[in-house]
Design a protein around this ligand. Sequence first.
Ligand SMILES: Cc1ncc(COP(=O)(O)O)c(C=O)c1O
Length: 438
Amino acid sequence: MLKQNRTANYSLEQVLDELERDYIASHPKSAAHVKRAAEVLPGGSTRTVLHFDPFPLVIARASGSQLVDLDGHTYTDFANDFTAAFYGHSDPVVVNALIDAIKNGLSFGGLNVYEEKLAREICSRFDSIDRVRFCNSGTEANLIALQLAKQATGRSKILAFTGGYHGSMLSFLGGKNINYGTSDFVFADFNSEESVEAAVAGVLHDLAAIVVEPMIGSGGGILAEVKFLSFLRNFSQKHGALLIFDEVQTARMARGGLQEIFGIRPDLTTLGKFLGGGGSFGAFGGAAAFMDLFDATRQGAIPHGGTFNNNIMSMAAGYAGYSRVGTPEAIAVANNRAAGLRQSLTQVAESAGVPIQLGGYGTIISIHFQSSLLTRPADIRTNAQQRKLVHLELLRRHVYAARRGTINLSLANSDEDVDHYVRAFADICEAHSPLLQN
Ligand SMILES: Cc1ncc(COP(=O)(O)O)c(C=O)c1O
C-alpha cells in the first residue's frame, strides 16, 4: 500500500490522489457541510485563506491547543488562526474577562472602561507608540494609517513591497486582488536598498509613507535585514515621509514587537489579530504629533468613525489577554520552545535528505523545501503541490496546519505538541523525500 511505503516509485500526482481520496473518505460531515454552505456562501466559505482543496475542514470546537472537526477528529493546532489565536483557544483568563464584561451589556454607544486599559497596555509596551486608535481589522488599521500619513504630510504616494500583505484590500502577494486605491503605490523588492531608491526616484517630493512588514508574513515568513530597516528609517526621515511598520503578525515576537528586537522606531505601527483576544481587532498608533490629528477636542481634527472601534468584547478580551496571558515572560518561553522546534525540524529534514530553509521569526516558522536562501518572496521555490502533500499528510497525523506551510505556535502549544509535530514531519520527510526536492 502506498500509504505505508516510501514514495520513491510514485509520482507526486499519484500520492496526492491517494491522499485526497483518504481525506474525502474520512471527512464526510465536513464535505457535506461545505457543499451545503456553497449554496449561500461562494465556495462554501467567507475567508479565502481558509480554503484548501479538496474542501476545508469545518471546526466544531477548540480548547487550548486542540481542535475538533465536525467528523469528531481531534487535531493539535499549529495554524492557530493564522497567528490570531496566539493565546490558545478559550484561555480561561480571556473567557472569564469576556463573560464578566458582557454581563454588563454589549454595545453601549458610549466610551467604556476597557479601551483605555488596552490602549495603556499597548502604549507602555511599544516605545514608538504614544497614542493608539482602535478599529476592526488589520486591513482597516493599514488603510487608515496610510490616509493619516497622506494627511500629515500633504503628499500622496506610498512605497510598499512586492509580496507584502497588509490586508484584504492591500495585498501585494501577486495574482488577482480587490485592492483599493493602488494607483498611489510604488513598489520595491524587499531587503533591497537599490530597488527602493529606483522605485521612488520619480516621486520623492510626493512620498507620504513607506509601509513595511518587518517580517513578511503571508508572503512566506521572510525576515527583514536589520540593515535594510535602518536604511528605510534614515531614508524616510531624510525625505520627509512616514515609516509605517505593519506588526499585525509580528507584535507577538517580543514585549514591544519586532521593532524592539530590531531597535528601530517607526513613526506609525499597525496592529491586529491576537491583540483583540479573539475578537475582531485592528489598531494603529505612533507619535503623539501624528496621532493627535485625530483629537476631537481640537479644531479641524481628522474624523475617524467606526461603530465597533471600542466594542466591549475585543476591548475586554484584548486587555485581559495582553496584560495577563501574552506577557513578556510567556512570550519568551514560547520563543524558546519555537527555537527548539526549529532545530528539530532542520535535523529531521536533513537526515531524510530533504532540503530545508526555515523562515519566520520566533513563534512563526515558515517551512520552505529548498537549500537556497530567501531574502524576498520571489526566492521561494516550494510549489503548491508540495505544500498540498505536506498539508494532507499532516492532517492525517492529526496536525492542523496552514496549507502555506507556516507554523504559528500559540502560548497553549506544549512541548508534547511540539514533539507531535516533529514526529509527523519526520515521517513525512522520510516517506516523501524524493518529492520534496527543489
Ligand atoms: C501583516 C498583516 N497585515 C495586515 C493583515 C490584515 O489583517 P486583517 O485580516 O485583520 O484585516 C494581515 C492579515 O493576515 C497581516 O498578516
